[in-house]
Design a protein around this ligand. Structure first.
Ligand SMILES: C[S@@+](CC[C@H](N)C(=O)[O-])C[C@H]1O[C@@H](n2cnc3c(N)ncnc32)[C@H](O)[C@@H]1O
Length: 213
Protein backbone atom coordinates (compact mmCIF):
# COMPACT_ATOMS: atom_id res chain seq x y z
CA UNK A 1 0.00 0.00 0.00
CA UNK A 2 2.67 2.44 -1.03
CA UNK A 3 3.01 4.10 -4.41
CA UNK A 4 6.60 5.27 -3.92
CA UNK A 5 9.63 3.23 -4.96
CA UNK A 6 11.15 1.60 -1.84
CA UNK A 7 14.42 3.57 -2.03
CA UNK A 8 12.59 6.89 -2.16
CA UNK A 9 10.20 5.85 0.63
CA UNK A 10 13.16 4.91 2.85
CA UNK A 11 14.82 8.25 2.12
CA UNK A 12 11.63 10.14 3.05
CA UNK A 13 11.25 8.19 6.29
CA UNK A 14 14.92 8.78 7.14
CA UNK A 15 14.45 12.54 6.73
CA UNK A 16 11.18 12.78 8.64
CA UNK A 17 10.43 12.64 12.36
CA UNK A 18 11.24 9.31 13.96
CA UNK A 19 8.47 6.94 15.00
CA UNK A 20 8.11 6.96 18.82
CA UNK A 21 9.36 3.83 20.58
CA UNK A 22 5.89 3.02 21.98
CA UNK A 23 4.48 2.89 18.44
CA UNK A 24 7.31 0.55 17.41
CA UNK A 25 6.30 -1.77 20.27
CA UNK A 26 2.61 -1.50 19.32
CA UNK A 27 3.49 -2.41 15.75
CA UNK A 28 5.54 -5.44 16.86
CA UNK A 29 2.72 -6.74 19.05
CA UNK A 30 0.13 -6.10 16.33
CA UNK A 31 2.18 -8.22 13.89
CA UNK A 32 2.54 -10.98 16.51
CA UNK A 33 -1.08 -11.15 17.67
CA UNK A 34 -3.59 -9.50 15.33
CA UNK A 35 -4.92 -10.48 11.90
CA UNK A 36 -4.25 -8.12 8.97
CA UNK A 37 -1.49 -6.04 10.65
CA UNK A 38 -1.01 -4.29 7.30
CA UNK A 39 -4.01 -2.11 8.32
CA UNK A 40 -1.73 -0.09 10.65
CA UNK A 41 -1.07 3.44 9.40
CA UNK A 42 2.69 2.80 9.74
CA UNK A 43 5.67 5.05 10.49
CA UNK A 44 5.44 7.55 7.62
CA UNK A 45 1.68 8.11 7.51
CA UNK A 46 1.73 8.09 11.30
CA UNK A 47 4.17 11.01 11.37
CA UNK A 48 2.00 12.82 8.79
CA UNK A 49 -1.09 12.34 11.00
CA UNK A 50 0.85 13.58 14.02
CA UNK A 51 2.09 16.65 12.15
CA UNK A 52 -1.38 17.55 10.80
CA UNK A 53 -2.87 17.15 14.26
CA UNK A 54 -0.17 19.37 15.79
CA UNK A 55 -0.81 22.04 13.13
CA UNK A 56 -4.54 22.02 13.89
CA UNK A 57 -4.13 21.68 17.68
CA UNK A 58 -7.64 20.19 17.99
CA UNK A 59 -9.83 20.35 21.07
CA UNK A 60 -11.75 17.24 19.99
CA UNK A 61 -10.86 14.52 17.50
CA UNK A 62 -13.11 11.78 16.12
CA UNK A 63 -11.55 8.63 14.66
CA UNK A 64 -13.46 5.93 12.76
CA UNK A 65 -11.47 2.69 12.72
CA UNK A 66 -9.21 2.35 15.80
CA UNK A 67 -7.72 -1.07 14.97
CA UNK A 68 -4.81 -1.47 17.47
CA UNK A 69 -4.63 2.25 18.24
CA UNK A 70 -1.65 3.31 16.13
CA UNK A 71 -3.30 6.26 14.38
CA UNK A 72 -5.19 7.17 17.58
CA UNK A 73 -1.88 7.76 19.34
CA UNK A 74 -0.43 9.70 16.39
CA UNK A 75 -3.47 12.01 16.30
CA UNK A 76 -3.47 12.38 20.10
CA UNK A 77 -0.01 14.00 19.90
CA UNK A 78 -1.63 17.21 18.64
CA UNK A 79 -4.51 17.37 21.14
CA UNK A 80 -4.94 20.41 23.35
CA UNK A 81 -4.24 19.72 27.05
CA UNK A 82 -7.96 19.50 27.83
CA UNK A 83 -8.79 17.84 24.49
CA UNK A 84 -10.44 14.47 23.83
CA UNK A 85 -10.18 11.88 21.11
CA UNK A 86 -13.19 9.63 20.53
CA UNK A 87 -12.30 6.53 18.57
CA UNK A 88 -14.72 3.91 17.26
CA UNK A 89 -14.14 0.32 16.19
CA UNK A 90 -16.56 -2.52 15.57
CA UNK A 91 -14.08 -5.18 16.75
CA UNK A 92 -14.52 -5.63 20.51
CA UNK A 93 -11.57 -8.05 20.70
CA UNK A 94 -9.13 -5.15 20.23
CA UNK A 95 -10.35 -3.00 23.16
CA UNK A 96 -7.90 -4.31 25.81
CA UNK A 97 -4.98 -4.22 23.38
CA UNK A 98 -5.75 -0.58 22.55
CA UNK A 99 -6.20 0.41 26.19
CA UNK A 100 -2.85 -1.07 27.22
CA UNK A 101 -1.04 1.23 24.76
CA UNK A 102 -3.29 4.23 25.39
CA UNK A 103 -2.47 4.06 29.11
CA UNK A 104 1.26 3.72 28.45
CA UNK A 105 1.19 6.76 26.15
CA UNK A 106 0.30 9.48 28.64
CA UNK A 107 -2.88 10.24 26.64
CA UNK A 108 -4.94 7.52 28.34
CA UNK A 109 -7.31 9.93 30.12
CA UNK A 110 -8.00 11.82 26.87
CA UNK A 111 -8.87 8.77 24.74
CA UNK A 112 -12.46 7.48 24.73
CA UNK A 113 -13.04 4.10 23.09
CA UNK A 114 -16.41 3.27 21.53
CA UNK A 115 -17.20 -0.26 20.40
CA UNK A 116 -19.73 -0.93 17.66
CA UNK A 117 -20.75 0.12 14.19
CA UNK A 118 -19.59 3.71 13.61
CA UNK A 119 -22.84 4.44 11.75
CA UNK A 120 -24.74 3.81 15.00
CA UNK A 121 -22.25 5.38 17.38
CA UNK A 122 -21.44 8.70 15.67
CA UNK A 123 -24.95 10.14 16.31
CA UNK A 124 -24.63 9.28 20.04
CA UNK A 125 -21.47 11.38 20.57
CA UNK A 126 -22.66 14.85 21.46
CA UNK A 127 -19.49 16.81 20.60
CA UNK A 128 -18.15 19.15 17.95
CA UNK A 129 -14.82 18.17 16.38
CA UNK A 130 -11.83 19.98 14.87
CA UNK A 131 -10.36 16.87 13.28
CA UNK A 132 -11.99 13.66 12.00
CA UNK A 133 -10.02 10.67 10.70
CA UNK A 134 -12.06 8.25 8.55
CA UNK A 135 -10.32 4.87 8.31
CA UNK A 136 -13.04 2.23 8.79
CA UNK A 137 -14.91 0.10 6.18
CA UNK A 138 -14.87 1.70 2.72
CA UNK A 139 -18.54 1.00 1.74
CA UNK A 140 -19.66 3.29 4.58
CA UNK A 141 -17.30 6.21 3.87
CA UNK A 142 -20.01 8.38 2.27
CA UNK A 143 -22.40 7.58 5.12
CA UNK A 144 -19.72 8.59 7.61
CA UNK A 145 -19.17 11.89 5.81
CA UNK A 146 -22.89 12.75 6.00
CA UNK A 147 -22.91 11.93 9.73
CA UNK A 148 -19.78 13.90 10.65
CA UNK A 149 -20.00 17.03 8.50
CA UNK A 150 -22.44 18.79 10.87
CA UNK A 151 -20.28 17.81 13.85
CA UNK A 152 -17.23 19.49 12.33
CA UNK A 153 -16.37 23.04 13.34
CA UNK A 154 -15.75 25.62 10.64
CA UNK A 155 -12.04 25.37 9.74
CA UNK A 156 -12.07 21.76 10.93
CA UNK A 157 -10.51 18.99 8.89
CA UNK A 158 -11.60 15.54 7.72
CA UNK A 159 -8.77 13.17 6.83
CA UNK A 160 -9.86 10.16 4.76
CA UNK A 161 -7.57 7.16 4.34
CA UNK A 162 -7.19 4.68 1.45
CA UNK A 163 -8.78 7.00 -1.10
CA UNK A 164 -6.64 5.60 -3.95
CA UNK A 165 -7.55 2.03 -2.91
CA UNK A 166 -4.36 0.34 -4.14
CA UNK A 167 -4.64 2.34 -7.41
CA UNK A 168 -7.95 0.66 -8.30
CA UNK A 169 -9.65 4.06 -8.60
CA UNK A 170 -8.09 4.51 -12.04
CA UNK A 171 -8.63 0.93 -13.30
CA UNK A 172 -11.75 -0.47 -15.03
CA UNK A 173 -14.40 -1.16 -12.36
CA UNK A 174 -15.51 -4.77 -11.89
CA UNK A 175 -19.24 -5.29 -11.18
CA UNK A 176 -18.70 -7.13 -7.89
CA UNK A 177 -16.11 -4.71 -6.53
CA UNK A 178 -18.22 -2.81 -4.01
CA UNK A 179 -15.29 -1.27 -2.13
CA UNK A 180 -13.75 0.39 -5.18
CA UNK A 181 -17.18 1.69 -6.23
CA UNK A 182 -17.66 3.12 -2.73
CA UNK A 183 -14.26 4.83 -2.78
CA UNK A 184 -14.95 6.29 -6.25
CA UNK A 185 -18.32 7.63 -5.08
CA UNK A 186 -16.73 9.00 -1.92
CA UNK A 187 -13.98 10.84 -3.81
CA UNK A 188 -16.61 12.41 -6.07
CA UNK A 189 -18.71 13.37 -3.05
CA UNK A 190 -15.78 15.19 -1.41
CA UNK A 191 -14.82 16.94 -4.65
CA UNK A 192 -18.38 18.23 -5.24
CA UNK A 193 -19.49 19.19 -1.72
CA UNK A 194 -19.22 22.97 -1.46
CA UNK A 195 -19.11 22.95 2.35
CA UNK A 196 -15.50 21.74 2.15
CA UNK A 197 -12.33 22.24 0.14
CA UNK A 198 -10.40 19.09 -0.66
CA UNK A 199 -6.93 17.99 -1.70
CA UNK A 200 -5.93 14.36 -2.34
CA UNK A 201 -2.43 13.56 -1.09
CA UNK A 202 -0.56 10.58 -2.63
CA UNK A 203 0.56 9.39 0.81
CA UNK A 204 0.62 5.63 1.33
CA UNK A 205 -2.74 4.37 -0.07
CA UNK A 206 -4.02 7.93 -0.59
CA UNK A 207 -4.98 10.40 2.13
CA UNK A 208 -7.51 13.14 1.44
CA UNK A 209 -7.52 16.32 3.46
CA UNK A 210 -10.84 18.22 3.44
CA UNK A 211 -11.26 21.51 5.27
CA UNK A 212 -14.69 22.80 6.26
CA UNK A 213 -15.26 26.31 4.98
C1 LIG B 1 -7.75 0.07 8.43
S1 LIG B 1 -8.22 -0.39 10.03
C2 LIG B 1 -7.90 1.06 10.96
C3 LIG B 1 -6.42 1.30 11.12
C4 LIG B 1 -6.07 2.36 12.13
N1 LIG B 1 -6.78 3.60 11.88
C5 LIG B 1 -4.58 2.61 12.09
O1 LIG B 1 -4.14 3.46 11.31
O2 LIG B 1 -3.84 1.90 12.76
C6 LIG B 1 -9.98 -0.39 9.89
C7 LIG B 1 -10.70 -0.68 11.20
O3 LIG B 1 -12.08 -0.35 10.98
C8 LIG B 1 -12.87 -1.22 11.75
N2 LIG B 1 -14.23 -1.21 11.20
C9 LIG B 1 -14.70 -1.84 10.08
N3 LIG B 1 -15.99 -1.59 9.90
C10 LIG B 1 -16.38 -0.78 10.91
C11 LIG B 1 -17.62 -0.18 11.26
N4 LIG B 1 -18.72 -0.34 10.53
N5 LIG B 1 -17.65 0.61 12.36
C12 LIG B 1 -16.53 0.80 13.12
N6 LIG B 1 -15.33 0.24 12.82
C13 LIG B 1 -15.26 -0.54 11.74
C14 LIG B 1 -12.15 -2.56 11.67
O4 LIG B 1 -12.51 -3.39 12.76
C15 LIG B 1 -10.68 -2.14 11.66
O5 LIG B 1 -10.11 -2.24 12.95
Amino acid sequence: MNFLPEKLYNYIVAHSEQEPRLLQQLTRETYQKVLQPIMLSGPYQGRVLSMISKLISPKNILELGTFTGYSTLCLAEGLQKSGEIHTIDINEELVDFQRKYFDKSGFGDQIFQHTGNALDIIPTIDKMFDLVFIDADKPNYSGYFHLVIDKLNSGGVILSDNVLWHGKVVEPLEDRDKSTKAVLDYNTLLKNDDRIETVVLPIRDGLTISRKI
